[in-house]
Design a protein around this ligand. Structure first.
Ligand code: ADP
Ligand code: MG
Length: 375
């Protein structure tokens, strides 16, 4: 359980007719002996954009498939609004889907692809025609009805897949790695477009991704999965800035970790007291999380108030275009890294490799987490 209070800036908690809340309770799914999901509970608000984020094999697809109805959990409950749907077949759940494994029909026209879910629902021809034209406008491909899928670019195909997912105006939209086949620029453009569409249409959305930046960019809230459990369920800001475990901290970006001791009177590293903003570990040891961009570097010995100071030798500078990654060897032998943005003079003004330096971590950025990385 997260020790951090789950607060979100999200506005609404009731269904407005365009969306439904989702309540997942104690879902377990085991394949053979391996639990893919281990007693997972998660509440998703009406109209919320929730991302399931985690490394490969952490159970993201299994959880999304349970929401879609293609996987039946061993036990547990899933509610859409007030309705228990764990035994409801997929086509009766009223969801839109955009899955990698649920590809477009390549030999059919754009119209036939998008019309498909409406045909299954038995809608009339004029109704289907109007709905397809409207949704093509939503994905900015108006007039593309008669094109064949094979005549479209990768980005256009993703927009058609999205159009098909939302054409029936579902109250819940489920997406599993929908952008992973696209190159970086197109992927980033589509992230913004899908998020904007979500804001216009307001449906409850669950996205699966293993891409941290994608999750941070698109979501109201992120559930980080690790070995079939939710490690942390929080806003993007808190997932990044207040990770509740070393696993989440390491998965969500570059960090160095320093082993600290927790005593009755406070925290120490290498025998020296530390000023700490947040401690989510329990017990006598923990890891101080150091994000490279939170450190400041000084070529002299400084003592800033409300900060922690580390003294060491500048060991290595990697030039990476927009920034430099700098490695610092601390007195006790530990290596930490920091990032500094390259202004026009930035690179040139760094201290020499081999020189004595001070790095400063503000107290407000000093977080201790449990050492669960190897768990
Ligand atoms: P993710 O989408 O996060 O990569 P999955 O939900 O696909 O993870 O898988 C979670 C775990 O369940 C993995 O260990 C995976 O190997 C296992 N798994 C998934 N589907 C099956 C299956 N059909 N049969 C056996 N094991 C499976
Ligand atoms: Mg998957």
């Amino acid at each position: 359980m997260s020790l951090i209070d789950n607060t979100t800036a999200f506005k609404t908690n009731v269904s407005d007719g365009k969306s439904l809340p989702i309540s997942i309770n104690n879902i377990t799914k085991t394949y053979g002996k391996v639990p893919a999901l281990n007693n997972v509970s998660l509440d998703i608000k009406s109209g919320e954009f929730m991302t399931l984020l985690g490394p490969s094999g952490s159970g993201k697809t299994t959880l999304l498939m349970a929401l879609a109805g293609f996987i039946r959990p061993d036990h547990g409950s899933i509610k859409f609004g007030e309705e228990e749907i764990v035994l409801t077949p997929p086509h009766r759940r009223g969801i839109g889907m955009m899955f990698q494994s649920y590809a477009l029909f390549p030999h059919m026209s754009v119209f036939a692809n998008i019309a498909y879910p409406l045909k299954i629902l038995g809608r009339s021809k004029p109704e289907i025609k109007a709905a397809v034209a409207e949704v093509l406008e939503t994905v900015q491909l108006q007039g593309y009805e008669s094109r064949h899928i094979s005549e479209l670019s990768g980005g256009q195909r993703q927009r058609i897949a999205l159009a098909r997912a939302i054409v029936s105006r579902p109250k819940i939209l489920l997406m599993d790695e929908p952008l992973s086949a696209l190159d970086k620029n197109l992927r980033e453009l589509m992230q913004v477009e899908i998020r904007a569409m979500h804001e216009r249409l307001g449906m409850t959305t669950v996205l699966v991704t293993h891409d941290q930046r994608e999750a941070l960019t698109m979501s109201d809230r992120i559930a980080v999965l690790h070995r079939g459990k939710i490690s942390q369920n929080d806003t993007p800001d808190r997932i990044y800035n207040a990770p509740n475990s070393a696993f989440v901290a390491a998965f969500m970006g570059e960090s160095s970790f320093l082993r600290v001791t927790v005593t009755d009177s406070g925290y120490t590293y290498d025998g020296k007291p530390l000023k700490i903003a947040l401690n989510t570990s329990v017990g006598k040891t923990g890891l101080l999380v150091i994000r490279p961009e939170k450190l400041e570097l000084f070529s002299s010995h400084v003592e800033h108030q409300d900060s922690n100071h580390f003294y060491g030798i500048l060991e290595r500078i990697l030039f990476q275009g927009d920034s430099c990654l700098i490695f610092i060897r601390l007195a006790d032998g530990n290596l930490i890294s920091m990032r500094r943005h390259n202004t026009h003079v930035g690179h040139a003004s760094l201290p020499q490799v081999g020189s004595q330096i001070t790095v400063v971590l503000p107290e407000s950025e000093s977080i201790i987490v449990a050492n669960d990385k190897e768990v």
